[in-house]
Ligand binder design. Structure first.
Ligand code: ATP
Ligand code: MG
Length: 568
């Protein structure tokens, strides 16, 4: 491809709406443009990257016995009613009506469609197992579409669904997909971790996320420095260390006037008690009931754990007015002693002695509180986020933490959808049995953004070779000089003939502009043809991340660069 013909409108300015580097770079380097909130048009360079990611995904799905199909984006309401999800999916679903006022959804996911499809044509145990997948747009009206392709409202996903006779069959399918996903992220050239995940609203019992490591990622994961344990902080179990041999003597509880003190930090300043010797009290509405949760002052509450532990179908933070009405004090002065509500305590509270918390009276705190003596919790439940430094629940090692982007997610669904939608097969004894299902997604467009997020520097994108839009860019320093253009053309032809994807920057631009653009769009190898080296029949070869150039003759450069690319 000649750069003069390629539509890649680069921007010199940093786009103001873009908060994270992948969003900025994909706009600046002319990969995409915003069409609406969370809705993007992909330009030629992006389409090349997306197709490469798709192809790697497709090859691994096929290798694992997946068969590619294509289902409709527009999905009839009846199918969603049958599964029960039309009413519970909520505002994230785009809904529309046809001219006869019949309801439809723009597919946010395809369990309903595929379960119906398979049920209609799978009758016997002989028809299973079966794995079907597609690569297609998904539609989710996300509350906060943001970070460009990371959280779009229209995005590209590969979704595979497995259908098995029983749980053992599902185990086999799940393991195959797990291995295929590892192969995919490995082939994409990305650093990633597989983490135990929360299976959230989809249900099922086992679930893993494939997290592409990047500092800006929304997922926080912990992993063990000794064994291969890794988990999303939403899921990671917190292990309580062994108790101290002897408990310190219990002091008398005391109420202290703490005017204006509202936060844990302010109380640290006022009382001199460190945050880990205080309890923080958080108020939630759980299925309509006001409850209190206490945990150590330096910890973070994990709402997903809390919701699971309480088995609440609806959970949100209580507003201050409700809290004041029932507790007699506002936020910042609350504590577990004497609260007229259910109080849930994190296990670490059982290891705190003589700790401080709000007194349920504005501007007052209690010191020397002790669990058991001064209050009795309704239940002790693990509700905090795991953190670096925690004990590994598998081996007792120490957990580290890192951030990343969830790019893939696999679930065991079991019979959730086959029960609801009556999808069954006839077993060897002529009995009807529900089909056992799994689902496996990869965000193709999110993976493109995640790759940029992980691989970039101050000059632009640094694509891993397997998904780079072009492998090589040839830059004649002055496109008006005939000898430079001739050498460039010759190399362009030779490389192309040998299967290398080449971009030739034949634009009438200054060399500096061409170099900047080559770095910005992230082409892995650059060949520069300048007047000085060309006198000696030589050209300069530079890898995107290297500082040094390599001087090679026109005759050797093709073989040498091919060897370089093959070694990547
Ligand atoms: P998240 O927790 O980020 O909302 P999810 O659990 O809703 O993700 P799944 O339903 O498991 O995601 O979808 C499978 C994959 O699709 C995800 O792993 C992710 O790569 C991608 N994905 C999900 N939502 C979006 C989105 N709004 N924009 C881009 N990709 C998405
Ligand atoms: Mg989501």
């Amino acid at each position: 491809m000649k750069a003069s013909q390629l539509f890649f409108p680069t921007l010199r300015e940093l786009p103001s709406e873009a908060e994270i580097v992948s969003h900025q770079l994909l706009l600046r380097a002319g990969y995409m443009r915003k069409t609406g909130a969370g809705i993007y048009s992909y330009l030629p360079l992006a389409v090349r990257v997306l197709k490469k990611i798709e192809q790697i995904v497709r090859e691994e799905m096929n290798r694992a016995d997946g068969q590619e199909i294509l289902m409709p984006i527009i999905q009839p309401q009846e199918l969603w009613e049958k599964s029960g999800r039309w009413s519970v999916y909520g505002d994230e679903m785009f809904r529309l009506q046809d001219r006869h006022k019949r309801g439809f959804a723009l597919g946010p996911t395809h369990e309903e469609i595929i379960t119906t499809l398979v049920d209609a044509d799978v009758q016997s145990y002989r028809d299973l197992p079966l794995m079907l997948y597609q690569i297609q747009n998904k539609y989710r009206d996300e509350i906060r579409p943001r970070f460009g392709l990371m959280r779009g409202r229209e995005f590209i996903m590969k979704d595979l669904y497995s259908f098995d006779l029983d749980e053992e069959g599902l185990d086999v399918s799940y393991k195959k997909m797990y291995a295929a996903y590892c192969a995919i992220f490995h082939r994409l050239g990305l650093e990633f971790r597989v983490v135990e995940a929360d299976s959230g609203a989809i249900g099922g019992n086992e679930s893993h996320e494939f997290v592409v490591l990047a500092d800006s990622g929304e997922s926080v994961i912990v992993y063990c420095d000794r064994c291969d344990y890794a988990a999303n902080v939403e899921k990671a179990e917190c292990v309580l260390p062994e108790p101290a041999k002897e408990a310190p003597p219990l002091q008398e509880m005391e109420k202290i006037h703490t005017p204006g003190v509202k936060t844990i930090q302010e109380l640290v300043g006022f009382l001199g008690h460190p945050a880990h010797e205080q309890a923080k009290t958080l108020m939630y509405m759980a299925d309509g009931e006001l409850i209190a949760v206490i945990l150590r002052g330096d910890r973070e509450l994990n709402e997903i754990k809390l919701q699971h532990a309480l088995q609440a179908s609806e959970l949100f933070m209580a507003d201050e007015m409700t809290v004041r009405e029932q507790c007699g004090a506002g936020f910042g002065s609350l504590g577990p002693v004497g609260l007229p509500l259910k109080v849930y305590a994190d296990p670490e509270i059982t290891r705190l002695y003589n700790f401080s918390a709000g007194a349920n009276q504005d501007d007052y705190h209690l010191v020397n509180i002790n669990l058991g003596r001064d209050f009795v919790p309704e239940e002790i439940i693990d509700v905090r986020n795991a953190e670096a430094g925690d004990i590994c629940p598998h081996c007792g090692g120490t957990l580290q933490s890192t951030r990343g982007i969830e790019a893939g997610h696999i679930f065991k669904l079991g019979t959730k959808y086959s029960d609801a939608m009556e999808a069954s097969y006839r077993d060897q004894n002529g009995q009807d049995q529900p089909i056992v299902m799994g689902c496996y997604g990869i965000g193709i467009s999110r993976t493109m953004a995640a790759a940029v997020e992980q691989k970039n520097d101050q000059d632009g994108i640094v694509w891993p070779l397997p998904i780079a839009p072009y492998h090589l860019i040839i830059v004649p320093v002055n496109s008006k000089k005939e000898d430079q253009m001739e050498a460039a053309e010759r190399l362009y032809q030779e490389f192309s003939a040998r299967g290398v994807e080449v971009l030739l920057d034949d634009r009438d631009e200054r060399a500096g502009v061409k170099f900047k653009d080559a770095d910005l769009i992230g082409i892995p190898v650059r060949i520069t043809i300048g007047p000085k080296s060309l006198q000696e029949n030589k050209v300069e070869v530079k890898k995107r991340m290297d500082k040094e150039n390599l001087l090679l003759t026109l005759d050797e450069v093709v073989d040498k660069v091919l060897a370089m690319l093959n070694a990547e």
